[in-house]
Design a protein around this ligand. Structure first.
Ligand code: GDP
Ligand code: MN
Length: 379
């Protein structure tokens, strides 16, 4: 679950990361009022779950409340990476001398929290990573010992030659790590971490993602979810008890079990197709889940064909077949469907599908090759 910048800032501020305090507005008038209350120059910042807001025109300095209102009216309603801006954060503007990057992710390779810092922070960190990776310093943290003070200070000196600033950065890294661990984050990032002309070190942006598995035991974090800012298909899937992630391809996939879903996506790619989604209907499916899955997948105009890949263990394949039958009776599905199923109640499932004029394959390779061919024809 992604947090908005203002939520991430609050979380990090509560942990002790120095960051200017502002307020959130949903209308230009509110933004103006906040700017007036703060006084002086402020920054008006789009609150959407996307990076690169600065480049998209979603981060603007305003020298007066009137200008803050003007910026807010332009930024509110703006589309950034397909997401509509519904709120802006208004914060006191800082004077910037330098911009650095500090981030933590869960790293699969080292199987540890990975701390990454760079003195070349700001809006182009992706470019730094691609073109001058030597400017990014990484440390895989052993969670048994945590981030040790000498490690943090060592990285602090990769950012700053000034000892006081290096110490301040080290303290911010330690605080960021503590907040990352305490909140079950999968990502916590400060970009830019700036120095001001008078030597202070401040976080001017914050990005935090919480591992979804943390939310059941942390209702305080779960309450931060802003469904209006999430992809509608992912919201609908969550409410339907489906694990769904939208991707960029055109082969819709309905699969039971995360492992089989991954294998199916791999196979689609292997035969030259591109999956439109990851979708796991779960172990004990009922027909309703299949109906919801089809409703969500068919609402994506990019989808050119839909592949079912069902291994009937706990999942009964006849439940899935009944789900397909119900869905096709409830709403139009205009793209071809290929069904591969095998396992529990397979004979019943095949009969149900035959009753509505569909065939079921039992071989996974065959089904995937068929769906890729269908998509090619449609293109
Ligand atoms: P992002 O583009 O989505 O990462 O948004 P950021 O919050 O990182 O803002 C983008 C850029 O705007 C930063 O790298 C800064 O250069 C600039 N910026 C953000 N806040 C301030 C501020 O308080 N003062 C000044 N002068 N520039 C700012
Ligand atoms: Mn940023």
């Amino acid at each position: 679950m992604n947090l908005h910048e203002y939520q991430a800032r609050e979380l990090l501020r509560a942990a002790g990361v120095p960051t200017p305090e502002g307020d959130v507005a949903s209308t230009p008038d509110e933004a103006e009022a906040i700017a007036r209350r703060i006084g002086g120059t402020v920054v008006v910042k789009a609150q959407v779950h996307a990076g690169g807001r600065g480049k998209a025109g979603g981060v603007k300095l305003a020298a007066s409340p009137a200008e803050a209102k003007e910026h807010a009216s332009r930024i509110l309603g703006m589309q950034i990476k397909g997401l509509t801006v519904q709120k802006v954060l208004v914060v006191p503007a800082a004077d910037i001398a330098t911009e650095a990057y500090v981030g933590l992710i869960v790293d699969r390779e080292s199987q540890r929290p990975l701390l990454m810092v760079s003195p070349a922070g700001g809006i182009d960190i992706e470019e730094v990573a691609a073109k001058t990776p030597e400017k990014i310093f990484k440390l895989a943290i052993d969670p048994r010992y945590g981030l040790m003070p000498h490690q943090a200070l060592g990285l602090g000196f990769k950012l700053y030659t000034d000892a006081a600033q290096a110490r301040a950065a080290a303290k911010i890294m330690a605080t960021l790590y503590a907040a990352f661990m305490a909140n079950g984050a999968s990502l916590a990032e400060i970009n830019p971490l700036v120095t001001t002309p008078d030597g202070k070190v401040l976080a001017l942006d914050a990005k935090v993602s919480i591992d979804d598995n943390e939310l059941d035991r942390r209702p305080d974090l779960a309450a931060l979810r802003d469904e209006s800012a999430e992809a509608p298909a992912e919201v609908a899937a969550r409410h339907a008890g489906l694990t769904f992630i939208k991707l960029d391809g055109n082969v819709g996939c309905v699969v039971n079990g995360a492992g089989l879903a991954m294998a199916t996506m791999d196979l689609v790619k292997y035969y030259g197709g591109e999956p439109a989604n990851f979708l796991d209907i779960g172990g004990s499916s009922n027909p309703e889940k299949v109906v919801n899955a089809l409703r969500i997948i068919t609402s994506d105009p990019q989808v050119k064909a839909i592949l079912f890949n069902i291994f009937g263990g706990i999942t009964r394949t006849d439940d899935v077949a009944n789900g397909i039958k119900t869905a096709l009776a409830e709403f139009p599905v205009k793209v071809p469907i290929v069904v591969r199923l095998t396992g529990t109640n397979e004979a019943e499932a095949v009969k149900i599908l035959q009753g509505i004029g569909m065939t079921a394959l039992s071989d996974m390779d065959e089904a995937v090759q068929k769906i890729v061919a269908l998509v090619r024809e449609a293109a």
